[in-house]
Every structure is written in structure tokens, then in C-alpha cells.
Design a protein around this ligand. Structure first.
Ligand code: AHR
Length: 513
């Protein structure tokens, strides 16, 4: 071998030319902040999310709680840095009359939860309970108002009840119920899925109704306006976003929502098992999840036409995987297990949100506890953290950090008819000057070697954590709650401006430089 070939083989340039996956982190180009609010969560009166999940009742002496709110859950969610929590739905929001949930608990009316299992809802967890819980969690509340079966007056009263400081009928009522100072709630949803469970409205009809509701929600929070979120499209319903953007004046709306679930179909028994699935099923789920990139891009393009300055946020206030419920559980409760498949889905989706950080400034994983792609599962006094929890906890270093644009060339992951990039990456620089890179190996069969060029960044060292497991079906159970958990990662090497990373199959890594 002559000297020239040897030099070529050993140079960083040649290393990157040989690598299957090549990434450039443009550390000199960061300008957009990744809002911490894209790490938001969702708590609906659905199955065991509120009752048994967050709230076990004031009289519970077996499970440590404060005012009925589980303390183990509070500790875990604080560690994950939960930035906001959406409540009370979902579909439930458009059946919810908030005045049923205030005042002495014994006197609160009981209703039927018509969307979710037809169970009796005793309203023991209401506005005060939720907003006080948000204070305990150190998270911002996001209240979803009832448009489908409520009135303009009801929603306007709710805003007054929780936000108005001085003498008014609603603030006086709040004070009579034990809360002197307002909670100053900034985030408000104006209905939910208005095209479906929120009233089966057309986009034109909803746009008009939105304007009416939003007019009477005007009060400010301190010196800021409240942040009103219009009920948005499902997945690829671009006409919905177009109609809203065209017909709602920009000064009347701060966010437009989008919902996208990764599923196998909406028919009976079509959604597949959360834990027993083939590699093709896994590839299907990931293929559905990765569509988020195109959906967000296309909805953003429409928004750009009407709002080129990007004043209005795209709020993905429901996202995640939706499978069949666990065997022998109530089909209306949407209780599903959570495997490494869900961890990969979460990591790749968050990387997509980072890429679109200029427009996507809020998102809510559905849902926080015991429902759909939950971060926490509970059983009596036991609680476990799911693989999805660990991804959100590892990724929280990106909250409010500056997104660093990425150039990426990756190998293809191919299973049957499904083809997708094998690797997903994002990066950001935090306020202390630390750079974090998140890497996901979607490939279930192959480790991936990645060469990362750090442009405009002099790093002195690299450390990180990895979440992986032998099988993509692996998950935590109440018998073995820590089977899947993050550990220190030793597969990254820094040489000058280059980083080489070896990712095992189905793994999520967060590096700190
Ligand atoms: O998250 C479960 C349900 O999914 C929500 O209630 C609804 O908005 C969506 O269809």
C-alpha cells in the first residue's frame, strides 16, 4: 500500500466517505429555539388516566398523595420536565361542563362518560383539582374548552373563573370555592376534533364558530394575551388547515392544532397488539409515524401562505401510537402496553418536531398515564415508567435549546414493502453552551455506524446515554419494571471535528458534547 492510499484511508474525509450514514451538525447556523412546549402531555377523563392514574382521591391512605394526586407520578413527571398538560380531553372536552366540577365534591353532579366506556363520572376531579395539580407538577395547564355541546358564555365564564383577579361574578365564585388568586391559564383549546367527536362540523362552519368563541375569550393573562388554539386537522386533511387559515383573522388565533396517530386502521380489531407484533408490523407503525414529517411540512406550507411571519403556531396536540387494548381490559379505556417500538417512535417524532421548530411550538403526546402511548402505567400502588418515558426524559435537554440544523444521508431500512431512513438525528445547543445530539436507529436488524461532522463546533469530549433492548417487543412490566431503562453509552468517539457513533438495532441515544 503506498503512502497516499494509507493517508487517504486514515483521514477524517475518507472515514466519512466510507460511513454508511453521514450527518453534519451545522452548529454555526442555529437560530430557532425548540419550544419546551413540544414536550407536552395530555390527560383526558378516559379510562384510568385521571382516576387511578393521576388521582386516587383525598381519602386514599394506601397510595401516598397530596390532595388525592399520586406523589410517585408527580415525582416522575417532574423529573421528565413536563412543560404543559392538556385537560380534560379529547372527545371528553366537548361533553364537559366545567361548572359540574367545582364546589363541594359531595354535591357535584354525576354524569355518564359517553365517549369512553359509558362509566359514571363523578366530577370529583375538576378545575381546582387539575390546576392545583399543575402547580404541584410545575407545569403549564392547557384547558380544552367545550364547543361541541357547550356555549360561548360557558367558555367565556371559564376563562374569567380561572384568570380574572378582582371583583367579578366568576372570580367571586372561584374565591368562594377556596382559591383567592387566579391561576393565569395561558393555553386554551377552542373545542377538539370539531370535524369528528367535537360536533361533526365542516371546516367552514367551525371557522365561523371559532371566531365567535374566540371573541369572548379575549382577557389577557397579565400583560400577555391568552393563547387560543383552534381545533385542527387530522393527519393529511390539508383542506381543514387551509379553511381555518383563510377564514380566521390572524389576530384571533395563536395556534392551530393537528392530530396524528400511528395505527393499523380504525376498524374493530384492526389496530394490532401493543406487544405481540412482527418486524413488518413494526415497520408499518414506523412508516405511519414518520409521515408526521410530511404532514407537518404540508400544513406549515399552507400556514406560510397566510402567516409568512409564523406568528401562529402549529400545535400537534395529539400524537402517538394507537393499538388494541390489553387483553381483558375495558375496550373503552384504551389501555395499552408500551415497548421499544414506542420508544423509537417517540425519538423519531421528537426529532421531526425539532426540525420544524419554527412552526411547531407545542405538542402533546397522547396520553400521559394508562392510556394509549403512555409514559407511566399504574396498578394499585405500583407505578412503572415506560420506554417512551425514558425517551422523553433523555430528550428533555433539548427543551428551550437552539436547534442546530442537520444534513443527513442515511442507509435505508427495508422490510417487505416498507422503506424508510434507518437513522433519525437532531441536535441543539442549550443555554449553558452544551450541544446535544439525539440519534435513533430505527433498523430492527442491523447496527448502524454514523459519522457526524461537527461544523462550527469545537468539542472537548463526548458522553451520553442509550435506551435499547434485545428485542423491539421488550417492555417494562409490574413484575420487571426496569427491564428497559437508559444506561451509559460508550459507542461514540470524538476525533477532532468528527464523531463516530455505533448504534445497536432499535436504540435511542442522546449525546452531550
Ligand atoms: O386520545 C384519544 C382520543 O383520540 C381523543 O379523545 C380524541 O381527541 C382523539 O380522537
Amino acid at each position: 500500500m503506498n503512502k497516499y492510499i494509507l493517508t487517504l484511508l486514515l483521514s477524517p474525509l475518507s472515514l466519512s466517505a466510507l460511513a454508511q450514514n453521514r450527518v453534519t451538525v451545522n452548529a454555526d447556523q442555529g437560530k430557532t429555539v425548540i419550544s419546551r412546549h413540544i414536550y407536552g402531555h395530555f390527560a383526558e377523563h378516559l379510562g384510568r388516566c385521571i382516576y387511578d392514574g393521576f388521582y386516587v382521591g383525598e381519602g386514599n391512605t394506601k397510595i401516598p398523595n397530596k390532595n388525592g394526586v399520586r406523589l410517585d407520578v408527580v415525582e416522575a413527571l417532574k423529573k421528565m420536565k413536563i412543560p404543559n398538560l392538556r385537560w380534560p380531553g379529547g372527545c371528553f372536552a366537548d361533553t364537559y361542563h366545567w361548572k359540574d366540577g367545582i364546589g363541594p365534591k359531595a354535591k357535584r353532579p354525576k354524569i355518564v362518560n359517553t365517549w369512553w366506556g359509558g362509566v359514571t363520572e363523578d366530577n370529583s376531579f375538576g378545575t381546582h383539582d387539575f390546576l392545583n395539580m399543575c402547580e404541584l407538577l410545575g407545569t403549564e395547564p392547557y384547558l380544552a374548552g367545550n364547543v361541541g355541546s357547550g356555549t360561548v358564555q360557558d367558555l367565556s365564564d371559564w376563562v374569567q373563573y380561572v384568570n380574572f383577579p378582582s371583583n367579578s361574578p366568576m372570580s367571586n365564585l372561584r374565591q368562594q370555592n377556596g382559591r383567592q388568586v387566579p391561576w393565569n391559564v395561558r393555553y386554551w383549546g377552542v373545542g377538539n376534533e370539531a370535524w369528528g367527536c367535537g360536533g361533526n362540523m365542516t371546516a367552514d362552519y367551525y371557522a365561523n364558530i371559532y371566531r365567535q368563541y374566540a371573541t369572548f375569550m379575549e382577557p389577557k393573562v397579565g400583560n400577555e394575551k391568552i393563547f387560543r388554539i383552534a381545533s385542527g386537522a387530522s393527519s393529511d386533511d390539508f383542506n381543514w388547515t387551509e379553511t381555518l387559515m383563510k377564514n380566521i383573522p390572524g389576530k384571533m388565533v395563536e395556534g392551530v392544532a393537528l392530530h396524528h396517530y400511528s395505527t393499523f386502521g380504525w376498524g374493530p380489531n384492526e389496530k394490532g397488539s401493543a406487544t405481540e407484533f412482527t418486524e413488518t408490523d413494526y415497520a408499518h407503525t414506523m412508516n405511519e409515524a414518520l409521515k408526521m414529517d410530511t404532514f407537518v411540512q404540508k400544513h406549515s406550507d399552507i400556514m406560510d401562505k397566510y402567516d409568512p411571519q409564523k406568528k401562529i403556531a402549529l400545535v400537534v396536540d395529539e400524537w402517538g401510537a394507537w393499538y388494541e387494548v390489553e387483553p381483558k381490559t375495558n375496550p373503552g379505556f384504551l389501555y395499552q402496553q408500551n415497548t421499544m417500538r414506542d420508544a423509537i417512535l417517540a425519538g423519531a417524532t421528537l426529532n421531526i418536531f425539532h426540525k420544524h421548530a419554527e412552526r411547531v411550538r407545542m405538542a402533546n403526546l397522547a396520553q400521559a398515564i394508562n392510556v394509549l402511548q403512555a409514559v407511566i402505567l399504574t396498578k394499585g400502588d405500583k407505578m412503572l415508567l415506560t420506554p417512551t418515558y425514558h425517551v422523553l426524559e433523555m430528550y428533555n435537554v433539548h427543551q428551550d435549546a437552539t436547534m442546530l440544523p442537520i444534513d443527513i444521508k442515511t442507509e435505508e431500512y427495508k422490510v417487505g414493502d416498507y422503506k424508510m431512513p434507518a437513522v433519525s438525528v437532531s441536535a441543539s445547543r442549550d443555554k449553558a453552551g452544551k450541544t446535544h445530539i439525539s440519534l435513533v436507529n430505527i433498523d430492527a436488524g442491523k447496527q448502524q455506524e454514523i459519522t457526524v461532522t461537527l461544523k462550527g463546533l469545537k468539542a472537548s469530549g463526548v458522553a451520553g446515554r442509550i435506551l435499547t433492548s434485545a428485542k423491539v417487543q421488550d417492555h417494562n412490566t409490574f413484575e420487571n419494571p426496569t427491564k428497559v431503562k437508559p444506561v451509559a453509552f460508550t459507542g461514540a468517539k470524538l476525533t477532532g471535528d468528527n464523531l463516530t457513533v455505533t448504534l445497536p438495532p432499535v436504540s435511542v441515544v442522546v449525546l452531550e458534547l
